[in-house]
Design a protein around this ligand. Structure first.
Ligand code: F6R
Length: 620
């Protein structure tokens, strides 16, 4: 979703802003823009120069469209702000793209999040004579700052922010104020980067890492003022704050496609390594147990926890659904899994005996953040499994574990899903070994985990076979995915992968539920993908498949054994290596990711940036 990058220093700002926008592209967006103030003679008081031009360049579509405009790209400017927009208020268009400006075109604002009271503010400002150009909620901020501005931008922004309700990360510049960028955060992440005689800010530290690893993560209701030779941070009561500078300890992952046609394909193929990275240094083979440094400070509390509630969204939610089975299998905890967006409506009794575990690739998902804030308010222990280092969720949780999977750029999550499954297994094993799980059982799980990367490699070697199968199925308009027990979440995740990147309708169902409704859809044009491992669900899965066959439904099976009955009923079959039942879904999802990818490719879809989707969903 929306992204912000800002620069204030001595270098040319525009290339830095454009590069930052490119690093934010993976989040998903529909338009982009930047504002800079052209350098010129310093005014009499050494600060203000009323003749400087505020240059605002915006374009609908990709950042390249912005570059292709070639307008304003050669302006001499050493501070500015830029934005990628994912439309919420008003359609994607050049006029609705950010930055938004005031009536005099001197104040530029970029904004992530939503201003909930923008309509009433807009009416009030229009009554005072302000003229609005866009349909956005953001534009009210520019006019409000204009309304309060006398000669101090900081004060004007403070006064404007007092009037806003909702969530936001904001950056503001004024053409008359030399080298000053003002940042405000409430509910939407903002981080300040401390460079060498230069300051940057962004909504995502990923945009800043080429310039600095020194970060200050703003908390809600904090304002950062960046000048060319100093910065300061205040709260909204105008009191100066001393904030810790953190060194972003992220491995330097290369953000390129490494010869793959799409990031998604590259990320599918990275899974042997991302699975290894999820386990690296986290297994004690000699004791049949895992070791998660990030959980050590809360381990005593965790051992005595009675209930674990997993909260997350989308693919991370399906990882959580599978987590329920994994934790139930290995621990004595009562497990609940809840969509983060629904969690707040529940009347759950949360206390210190309850732990809430957030799963999030981006660490920024607004629904997940809101859910864990609610859990914290009620006294629960809040934990996270997050991939993006230093992000908002990691700031709020009491303890957590990083995926260390490297950036996931393709909008459709692949390697993080399997990494989330591995880490939940390690967590469950850690807790389970204090409860009923024996050394032998622990060792079996560890041995199976260690074998996973090579088993994934084996599946990936068969990508061409999966491509051929995908070709056969690409003409269908609807799909049903079914599985039981550990593979019921696999069915849902497989269906989500297909629908989000190919735009084909697909439903993931618990196989047992099929006869309670969806079976009425089945005919020769409505194929089923059945996840049918050789485990205790096999016989029942075969019965469900028979029911489909009897109604002329085509079946593509994913299995881990040569079971004659499965072979007989299936029209097509993909065999993956066998592992223990709780880990089998990690192997079963890989061909389904590839299946979705190849169908989407055949349909010529924009696989890494599917329509309407964003990588980081920062609005609720
Ligand atoms: C689907 C997908 C999304 C995310 C969801 C949560 O492929 O990527 O469904 O899983 O938006 O995002 P995170 O994990 O960043 O909280």
């Amino acid at each position: 979703m929306c992204g912000i990058i800002c620069y204030c220093g001595k270098k040319q700002a525009i290339p830095i802003l454009i590069n930052g926008l490119k690093r934010l592209e993976y989040r998903g967006y529909d338009s982009a823009g930047f504002a800079v103030v052209e350098n010129g003679a310093i005014g009499k008081n050494g600060r203000n120069n009323k003749n400087r031009r505020n240059i605002v360049v915006k374009a609908k579509g990709r950042v390249d469209h912005l570059e292709k405009k070639k307008i304003g790209l050669d302006v001499d400017a050493t501070f500015g702000i830029a934005h990628t927009r994912w439309a919420t208020h008003g359609k994607p268009s050049q006029v609705n793209a950010h930055p938004q400006t005031d009536c005099a075109n001197k104040i530029s604002v970029v904004h992530n999040g939503i201003i909930e009271n923008y309509l009433e503010l807009k009416e009030e400002l229009m009554a005072k004579g302000h003229v609005f150009k866009s349909e956005t909620d953001t534009e009210v901020i520019a006019h409000l700052v204009e309304e309060y501005f006398e000669d101090d931008l900081e004060i004007a922004v403070l006064k404007a922010v007092e009037r806003l309700s909702g969530t936001f990360g904001i950056a503001v510049i004024h053409a008359d104020i030399d080298h000053q960028v003002i940042i405000v955060k409430r509910g939407s992440p903002m981080v300040v980067g401390i460079g060498d005689k230069e300051y940057l800010a962004a909504s995502d530290s990923n945009a800043l890492t080429p310039y600095t690893k020194k970060m200050i993560y703003l908390s809600d209701d904090e304002i950062a003022v960046l000048n060319s030779d100093e910065y300061h941070i205040k709260n909204l009561r105008n009191e100066t704050l001393e904030k810790k500078i953190e060194i972003l300890e992220t491995r330097d992952y290369k953000v390129d496609k490494r010869g793959f046609e799409h990031y998604m394909l590259k990320e599918i193929f990275e899974q042997p390594v991302s699975i290894e990275n999820a386990m690296r240094g986290r297994i004690i083979e000699s004791e049949g147990v895992s070791k998660l440094g990030g959980l050590e400070p809360v381990l005593d509390r965790l051992k005595n926890t009675r209930q674990l509630i997993i909260v997350s969204c989308g693919t991370s939610y399906y990882a959580g659904l599978l987590g329920r089975y994994i934790f139930e299998h290995l621990t004595e905890l009562n497990i609940e899994v809840e969509l983060a967006s629904e969690f707040r409506y529940r009347r759950l009794k949360l206390d210190e005996d309850v732990a809430v575990l957030a799963l999030s690739q981006s660490g920024e998902t607004a629904d997940t953040l809101a859910a864990i804030k609610e859990a914290k308010r009620k006294g629960a222990l809040v934990l996270g499994i997050v991939n993006a280092v230093g992000t908002a969720i990691t700031q709020i949780t009491d303890a957590g574990v990083y995926n260390h999977a490297g950036p996931e750029i393709g909008v459709a999550s692949t390697k993080i899903y399997t990494s989330q499954l591995v880490i939940q297994t390690l967590m469950a094993l850690l807790i389970g070994r204090y409860q009923g799980v024996s050394f032998i059982e622990g060792s079996e799980i560890i041995n199976a985990l260690i074998r996973l990367p090579d088993q994934v490699r084996e599946i990936l070697k068969n990508a061409d076979q999966i491509k051929e199968i995908a070709h056969k199925y690409s003409r269908y308009k609807n799909f049903l995915y079914i599985g039981r027990l550990f593979n019921y979440p696999t069915a849902m995740e497989g269906a989500l992968k297909l629908k989000e990147i190919s735009y084909i309708h697909a439903e993931g169902y618990a196989a047992g539920e099929m006869k309670h409704g969806p079976i009425s859809l089945i005919d020769r044009n409505f194929p089923t993908v059945a996840i049918v491992p050789d485990d205790l669900t096999l016989d029942k899965m075969i019965s469900n498949m028979q029911e489909i066959k009897a109604r002329n439904g085509k079946i593509l099976s994913v299995t881990n054994a040569n079971v004659p009955q499965v072979e007989k009923i299936s029209n097509d079959i993909i065999v993956v290596p066998r592992t223990i039942p709780i880990l089998q879904p990690i192997l079963n999802i890989i061909p389904l990711q590839l299946f979705a990818y190849y169908i989407a490719k055949e349909k010529g879809r924009d696989i890494d940036k599917p329509r309407n989707l964003a990588k980081s969903v920062t609005v609720e």
